[in-house]
Design a protein around this ligand. Sequence first.
Ligand code: SF4
Length: 691
Amino acid sequence: MRATETHCPYCALQCGIALTTENGSVRLGPTDFPVNRGGLCAKGWTAAELLHHPDRLVTPLVREVPGDRTSPLREAGWDEALTLIAGTIEATQRRYGPDSVGAFGGGGLTNEKAYTLGKFVRVALRSSAIDYNGRFCMSSAATAANRALGVDRGLPFPVADIAEARTVLLVGANPADAMPPSMQYLHAGRAAGAKHIVVDPRRTATAADAYLHLQPLPGTDLALANGLLHIAIREGLIDDAYIRDRTTGFEAVRAATNPYWPGRVERMTGVPEANLRETARLLAGGGPAMILTARGAEQHSSGTDTAQAYLNLALALGLIGRPYSGYGTITGQGNGQGGREHGQKADQLPGYRRLDDPAARAHVAAVWRVDPDELPRPGRSAYEMLDRLGTDGGVKVLLVLASNIVVSAPDANRVADRLKALDLLVVSDIFLSETAAMADVVLPTAQWAEEEGTMTNLEGRVLRRKRALTPPPGVRTDLETLTDLAGLLGRGRYFSADPRTVFDELRRASAGGIADYAGISYERIEAEQGVFWPCPADDHPGTPRLFADRFPTPDGRARFVRVEHRDPDELPDRDYPYVLTTGRNMQQYQSGNQTRRVSALADALPGPRAEMHPDLARRHGVADGDTVELRSRRGRAVFRARLDPGIRPDTVFAPFHWVGANLLTNPALDPHSKMPAFKACAVAIASIDEG
Ligand code: SF4
């Protein structure tokens, strides 16, 4: 019998899990890791089912007729699969240039894999074409935090601090469903007298639990934030000394909030003026207060400015850097934080360095032992890359790791068409996802409890994922695959398949950067239950809380940024009269490629349910449990109807864990973060019989 303490394969909370293996069977339970403190959600409790799942890919697959995706996939050896990939890469780059080959990564990759993928594209492929699904996750909040605070760390404080805040404003966040063990901190705060306010068009489990529920029209969160700041200014609630001593740019923001008087904001958002005033007063009430945003506020064509508006509010109230107070964004994917720090973003190098910064290029090139001039320039963001696949100047050979794009990207019909236009699609996965089923080559990869590595959770705490089982024969880790491919491309000497070796190099590459891991080692993570970055030296304690004294900006001050409400890219009209907003169910994770295969989770929620108000359903003759079709300008999708009086009557909610919701969503991009507008598009409802 052998027990291994590791972490859940799913979300950014990264709950501690103990796996006990005995005679080939696996038992799973929570640990007392200081994040989940013995709690797990249904997804975590059932994660062991993934390990011996009958759908598991255990051998590479290639098309029976090369180049013909209508021909079936057949089993192949690794040599055959990798030789085919390397040969096609070389031929394609000879013909079309380096940027014709690219990669699409994922926020579930370990730090070591995210780092190696970024390096593989820049050093082995010498291509600029890389981005990842985190662009679809919380890039808006990251962009806003970088603008305001000079750094993006989801929560700049430990998650346990939430229990100490007297007021918490949650905007577009539903942790009761998305990460249930985190609710213990909200519950502890409430037991001590805290007041929680939830901003959400649906009465979610989190909203139902709160002191106050504000229910705005999707796409009006920015107006709501500016309205709260307007009230705070007019009622003398702002912290003038903090604004003077620790920030710049407030006067422009003060002027910008003038038009957001409460009556107007009530008309724009649908939130009553009295509730707006009470929220502003609670946040400024003198006790510790937090503002936390998540995807509901951020996944809009104005997502960056929306997150910025809440940062402005937090700064004006003097919350950021104060004990048990501040602004944070609740990252979603397991390594959503680390996944964006180590170079798989189109514009970034490890350590959260900018690819267009000559000093950053020189530093990373020295660690990689290449000439800085060899490093490509920034490439296209995720959707911009997908939208041009197979076109002149676009990527023609795409490697996909840890991503199920045809379920999770917006306007999924369009994305599927673009994938079909590729010369070669390679997908590495543990199961035959919908995207893998379209591939020319499928590579079976090791999963969470079969490999070593590190993850960085939503607090910026670097933790270790450990190997408890040996991968099935025929399965390789992504590090092995990328190293082997680099070898076939003549660049193998730059790469290692050993996670510790990769992490040591990552530490050096990140040294001196914003996300500085230089002082973090596997041994320290083990001994200290995780280490918070920045941690620039072996004897540095790590940094659980940021901003106590200064901000990492050139002048040490936080920056206000003037932002204005913009309507969503697509508004309801006569043909598409309702707003569709998308989100999560408790039983599923991301595209559902893993969780839809777990029997207990599938039994609890067998398919997607479109939530609508009973009044709206009545207008269309829809009863609870009926089959309905939602249509947008981009596609149509079928759902079971779930009638819920807690949702706005002008809004429909659909989960994105199945093929469906993203056939409808609008790929209009935020101009700053390139985040698609997942959270608001116009749809029509039809009973399925209307056909
Ligand atoms: Fe896993 Fe997240 Fe559930 Fe924790 S909350 S058990 S990390 S899915």
